[in-house]
Design a binder for this molecule. Structure first.
Ligand code: F6P
Length: 327
């Protein structure tokens, strides 16, 4: 095992609150273990184009509380190509970087997996995505903040819905995962939650609403953007037709879910992951994502981590919970 002296760190894919806390932890752990740390700007795009900056103790001061990522991020098409990855490898050699920490979601780890296999280059990943859709960690960095953002927004929607006796359909992010919708939906006391993992469908929703209590003045339906119903506006159209007596409004929360100060849970998770990633690299680990399961830190191979959500996460028990609570 060659001794690692210089590590690079990047953030890639959609940003997530807590990424800065993760960068800070990587830099500080690097310094603690006597390593030089280089920041790579705009994810794999900056890696390919040699957009590198030196990081020291001060460059990560006062960032633990900030949303977004000071290293910036991108979704790189070029890194999906063998040619792009070759350029990235050449940049790393040129700058004498001998290991990488990548912070991102499944796209980031798909690229990292190809890269580490092609070039036998040490890479450890940190799960940074609001979607929480990775196997090998109970929670990803950003998820807790995002669901709290949704809860705060929908609480406000509930106030106006209640005043006007309205039904609101609220669309939340998550790409093809329903985990943001599921937890935030339970958190806001939603009357129904539509997630891709459950396939309730618009007819199932109609049945649920028709059989639900009639004396509720406000109703909230949370729709995951990846659900087969095709978005909150489609659901709105159908419900307006089927329930002409309801006063219906649609709200798509969008990118506010990705911004804002990270919650304490996300800051701590990111800090723990950042230190564990550096320690992992120093101890010869590669091709794996750091995660936390039942409070323990563990490492999961990239190709397993990107298999999307753990089936456990959206077990029938969760769906029954939603049904019981919406009575
Ligand atoms: O993966 C994070 C995420 O916010 C998803 O929930 C969403 O589908 C996607 O990124 C949006 O990506 P973009 O900001 O590139 O439109």
């Amino acid at each position: 095992m060659t001794k690692i002296k210089n590590i690079g760190v990047l953030t890639s894919g959609g940003d997530a609150p807590g990424m800065n806390a993760a960068i800070r932890a990587v830099v500080r752990a690097g310094i603690y273990y006597d390593l030089n740390v280089t920041g790579i700007l705009r994810g794999y795009e900056g890696l390919i184009h040699g957009d590198f900056i030196d990081m020291d103790r001060k460059s990560v001061a006062n960032i633990i509380q900030r949303g977004g990522t000071i290293l910036k991020t991108a979704r790189s098409d070029e890194f999906r190509t063998a040619e792009g990855r070759k350029k990235a490898f050449e940049q790393l050699k040129k700058h004498h970087i001998d290991a990488l920490v990548v912070i991102g979601g499944d796209g980031t780890f798909t690229g990292a997996n190809l890269f580490t296999n092609e070039y036998d280059f040490p890479v450890v990943g940190l799960p940074g995505t609001i979607d929480n859709d990775l196997v090998g960690t109970d929670f990803t960095i950003g998820y807790d903040t995002a669901i709290n953002t949704v809860v705060h927004a929908v609480d406000k929607i509930r106030d106006t819905a209640e005043s006007h006796d309205r039904l609101f359909i609220v669309e939340v992010m998550g790409r093809d995962s329903g985990l943001i919708a599921l937890r935030s939906g339970i958190g806001v006391g939603a009357e129904a939650i539509l997630i891709p993992e459950a396939n309730m469908g618009v007819e199932g929703l109609v049945t649920r609403l028709a059989s639900g209590r009639k004396d509720k003045s406000s109703k909230i339906v949370i729709v995951a953007e990846g659900d087969e119903v095709g978005g909150a506006f489609n659901v709105g159209e159908v419900l307006k037709e089927r329930f002409p007596a309801y006063d219906i409004r649609v709200s798509v929360l969008g990118h506010i879910q990705r911004g804002g100060k990270p919650s304490c849970m996300d800051r701590v998770l990111a800090s723990r992951f950042g230190v564990a990633a550096v320690e992992g690299l120093v101890n010869g680990r590669s091709g794996e994502m750091v995660g936390q399961v039942n409070r323990e830190i563990l490492f999961t191979p990239f190709d397993h981590a990107i298999k999307h959500i753990d089936a456990e996460e959206v077990s029938p028990a969760w769906l029954k919970l939603v049904e019981i609570l919406s009575l």
